[in-house]
Design a protein around this ligand. Structure first.
Ligand code: DC
Length: 230
């Protein structure tokens, strides 16, 4: 069986991370959550006061700080999933808050941020045997990936999923705020100049609204074997 690159792209909260993680575990591949990397840079910017109260960025200062930002994924005791580390600190929980979510799209629209993170991702993929999810993995990061999947799901279904996750973590949020955040991020991700979210021409589409988790997992695994075993 040859080692391949699996690129899973789609809108925020489309369930792509869950399915990417599961596929990676099933086939013994590394999993990289590229959204977590954009979130970690956003958290760094927020902590350094590089995000203005109106949400705009001190872009030059952020770009100057990029060489100082180190992002790693590490396995931690007591959790099967690896955690995101920012300059040596476990920030897995903090990067998932609605506050980070509401500032991440402008950060992800900065070309220098995208170039720096894309280079890091391409480095992770050098030895193949990797599942990566994001927005532009099949179009920009790994345009030659052997398996490309684009996950489609309505904004309402995605907001409902995110809302439940945040409530389960004890975050006090309203469904309306979560839906608005999902819609705003869709708009920014779709319309930004640099690597906008779009389906790669050779991506297989997975419609997440109408399939159960089990059906999605089965489809992904079957598709993986069809490509990797060929
Ligand atoms: O998948 P997520 O919601 O955790 O991603 C967080 C943000 O990062 C999202 O609003 C868009 C951005 N992102 C991106 O621009 N490109 C990627 N490859 C992954 C995420």
């Amino acid at each position: 069986m040859k080692k391949i690159i699996v690129a899973i792209d789609g809108y925020s909260s489309s369930g792509k991370s869950t399915m990417a993680k599961q596929l990676a575990a099933e086939v013994g591949y590394a999993y990289v959550d590229s959204g977590a990397m954009y979130r970690a840079v956003t958290l760094y910017a927020m902590r350094r006061g590089l995000v203005n109260p109106d949400g705009s960025l001190l872009t030059d200062e952020l770009c100057a700080a990029l060489p100082d930002i180190r992002i790693e994924f590490r396995v931690v005791p007591g959790d099967a999933a690896s955690h995101t580390f920012l300059n040596g600190e476990d920030v897995e929980r903090e990067i998932r808050t609605l506050e980070v979510s509401s500032h991440v799209s402008p950060v992800a629209a900065v070309p220098q941020v995208r170039h720096a993170l894309t280079a890091m991702m391409q480095e992770y993929g050098k030895t193949k045997g990797i599942v990566m999810d994001g927005r532009d993995i099949g179009t920009t990061v790994f345009p030659d990936a052997e398996m490309k999947v684009f996950v489609d799901a309505s904004a309402e279904v995605r907001a409902q999923r995110r809302y439940k996750e945040l409530l389960a973590k004890g975050d006090e949020v309203s469904f309306e705020d979560v839906l608005r955040n999902v819609q705003e991020r869709d708009e920014i991700d779709r319309t930004r100049k640099e690597s906008p979210l779009r389906q790669a021409e050779d991506a297989l589409v997975l419609d997440n609204d109408n399939l159960t988790r089990e059906q999605q997992a089965a489809w992904l695994l079957e598709t993986f074997h069809r490509i990797a075993d060929a």
